[in-house]
Write a protein that binds this ligand. Structure first.
Ligand SMILES: [Cu+2]
Length: 155
C-alpha cells in the first residue's frame, strides 16, 4: 500500500517537476539577447530650396535682407535699386577679396554700381560670408550670408 501511494504521488508530481526542470534549463541555456545597437537617425530630407536668393541693394543705405540664410550650392543675387553702392566681401569695412561687385576683380578698390545692376555669387561651402557697401560701410551698410551644409534632397 505504501509503495502504491508513493507511485501515485510521483505520478501526480511528475509533470510539475518536469515543467520546472524544463523552465530552469530553458532559462539557463537561452542565448543571451543581443545588445541592441542604436541606429543612427536618418537625416530628414529637405525639399530643395529655390536656387536663387535675392538681396536688394540701396533700399535706404542698407541691404535687404542684411542677414540671409542660404545652403551650399545656392546663388545669391544682389539687385541695385539706387545709385552708388557696392557689394564687397570683408569684415570691418576691409575687403577680403572673396567676392566683389561688379566683376570680382580688384576687390580692394571697390567699384560703385547704379540702379538696375545685378551681381550674383554662388556659395558652395558652408560658412559666414560678411560683406559691405564700400561707400556706406561706416554708416552700417553691411550684410552677411549664412551658408549651411547642403541638405539631403527628398527622393
Ligand atoms: Cu551703399
Amino acid at each position: 500500500m505504501k509503495a502504491d501511494i508513493r507511485i501515485r504521488v510521483a505520478v501526480i508530481l511528475l509533470p510539475f517537476v518536469a515543467t520546472a526542470v524544463a523552465l530552469l534549463s530553458a532559462t539557463q541555456t537561452a542565448p543571451a539577447r543581443p545588445t541592441p545597437t542604436p541606429r543612427p537617425r536618418a537625416t530628414p530630407c529637405e525639399h530643395l530650396p529655390p536656387p536663387v536668393l535675392n538681396v536688394t541693394v540701396g533700399q535706404g543705405l542698407a541691404f535687404v535682407p542684411n542677414i540671409l540664410y542660404a545652403t551650399e550650392g545656392q546663388t545669391v543675387c544682389w539687385n541695385w535699386v539706387s545709385n552708388g553702392h557696392s557689394v564687397t566681401s570683408g569684415i570691418n569695412c576691409m575687403a577680403n577679396g572673396w567676392f566683389c561687385s561688379p566683376d570680382n576683380i580688384n576687390c580692394s578698390q571697390p567699384i560703385l554700381s547704379n540702379s538696375g545692376t545685378q551681381y550674383c555669387v554662388t556659395f558652395n561651402s558652408a560658412g559666414f560670408y560678411y560683406y559691405f557697401c564700400a561707400a556706406h560701410c561706416t554708416m552700417g551698410m553691411t550684410g552677411v550670408i549664412n551658408v549651411s551644409l547642403r541638405p539631403r534632397p527628398c527622393p
